[in-house]
Design a protein around this ligand. Structure first.
Ligand code: SAM
Length: 282
C-alpha cells in the first residue's frame, strides 16, 4: 500500500476532498474488512470507489469477477497502468450513481454483491439507490461515517432512528460489523467510520400494499420529529385524503396519535400505511 501512495506522489495526484478520497492504508484493517465480505470463488462483486485499489487487489484472487467502479479518471489511469494486475478485474470509469445494477446483474446471471469504502458525500443517495435496486443485489457490505452507520441500524425510540433506518430495515437485515478508526486512512478524515452489512430480502416488503404510500407515511412521520404523529401527519402527509380519515386510520391500527413518529416500529408503519392504502382505494 505504501507503494500506491508513492505512485500517487509520482503521478502528482493529490487526494480529492470533494470525491471523499480518504484511502485505507492499514493492512490489518483491510484484511479484517475483506474477511467480513465472506467471498466465494464463483461470485461477481461490484466495488464502489476503487481508489488506489487497496480492496480491489485483495478481492480479485478470491472471486470470479470484480467490477471496480471509480469516478476519478486520474485514479483509473493509475489503477489500470500500475496497480491492478489481475485479469478478472474490470475497472469502470463511472459515477456509481449512474451504474445500472439491474442490467449488470442480468448480464452475469445472478444477484450482485456490492462492496466498498464509499465516499461520505454520496452515502445517502447511494444507499437509497441500492435499496431501490435491492432485487438485483444479494448483499452489500459498505463503509459509512460511523454516525450514518448508527442511523442505518437504529431501533425505534432512539435519536438515530429515522427514514434511513426504516427504509434500510424494510429491505435488508442490517448489522454494524466493524468500527474503523480515522487513523486507518490517508489523509485522515475528521470522523471514524463503520462497516455495515445489508442482507437483502423481500420478506418484509411483500406485506406492504403500496410502497409509495408506505414511504410517504414514513417521511411525513419523521418530518417534524418534535411533534406528535397527529400533528406531523396533519402538516406534512399529502395523500389527497381528509385529515380526519388519516386520523381514524391511525387509531384503527391501535396507534396512539399523541405518540411521536420516531417511536413507531417497522410493523406499525406497515399497518398504518396499509390501512391508508385501503382507505384511499375506497
Ligand atoms: N477503496 C479505496 C480505499 O478503501 O482506500 C478508496 C476509498 S475512498 C473513501 C472513495 C473513492 O470513491 C475515491 O477513490 C473516489 O474517487 C471515489 N468516488 C467518489 N465519488 C464517486 C462516485 N460518484 N462514483 C464512483 N466513485 C466515486
Amino acid at each position: 500500500m505504501v507503494s500506491s501512495l508513492t505512485q500517487l506522489k509520482n503521478y502528482k495526484i493529490r487526494p480529492n476532498k470533494k470525491l471523499g478520497q480518504n484511502f485505507l492504508v492499514d493492512d490489518k484493517v483491510l484484511e479484517e474488512i475483506v474477511a467480513l465480505y465472506d467471498l466465494k470463488k464463483d461470485e461477481v462483486v461490484v466495488e464502489i470507489g476503487a481508489g488506489l485499489g487497496a480492496l480491489t487487489t485483495r478481492l480479485a484472487p478470491r472471486v470470479r469477477k470484480v467490477l471496480a467502479i471509480e469516478i476519478d479518471k486520474a485514479l483509473v489511469g493509475l489503477l489500470k497502468d500500475e496497480i491492478v494486475k489481475d485479469k478478472n478485474v474490470e475497472v469502470i470509469t463511472q459515477d456509481v450513481l449512474l451504474f445500472d445494477f439491474p442490467e449488470v446483474a442480468k448480464l452475469y446471471g445472478g444477484k450482485l454483491k456490492v462492496l466498498g469504502n464509499i465516499p461520505y458525500s454520496i452515502s445517502a443517495p447511494l444507499l437509497f439507490k441500492l435499496l431501490e435496486y435491492k432485487n438485483s443485489l444479494s448483499m452489500a457490505i459498505l463503509m459509512f461515517q460511523n454516525e450514518v452507520a448508527d442511523r442505518i441500524v437504529a431501533n425505534p425510540g432512539t435519536k438515530d432512528y429515522g427514514v434511513l433506518s426504516v427504509f434500510s430495515q424494510i429491505s435488508a437485515a442490517v448489522s454494524k460489523e466493524l468500527l474503523i478508526p480515522r487513523y486507518s486512512f490517508y489523509p485522515q478524515p475528521k470522523v471514524d467510520s463503520a462497516v455495515v452489512r445489508f442482507v437483502f430480502s423481500d420478506f418484509f416488503i411483500k406485506g406492504i400494499k403500496d410502497e409509495r404510500i408506505f414511504k410517504s407515511v414514513v417521511r411525513a412521520s419523521f418530518a417534524q420529529r418534535r411533534k406528535t404523529l397527529k400533528n406531523t401527519l396533519k402538516n406534512t402527509l399529502n395523500l389527497g385524503m381528509l385529515f380526519s380519515d388519516v386520523l381514524n386510520a391511525v387509531k384503527a391500527c391501535g396507534i396512539d396519535p399523541e405518540r411521536r413518529g420516531e417511536t413507531l416500529s417497522l410493523k406499525e408503519f406497515k399497518y398504518l400505511a396499509n390501512c391508508l392504502t385501503e382507505l384511499r382505494s375506497h
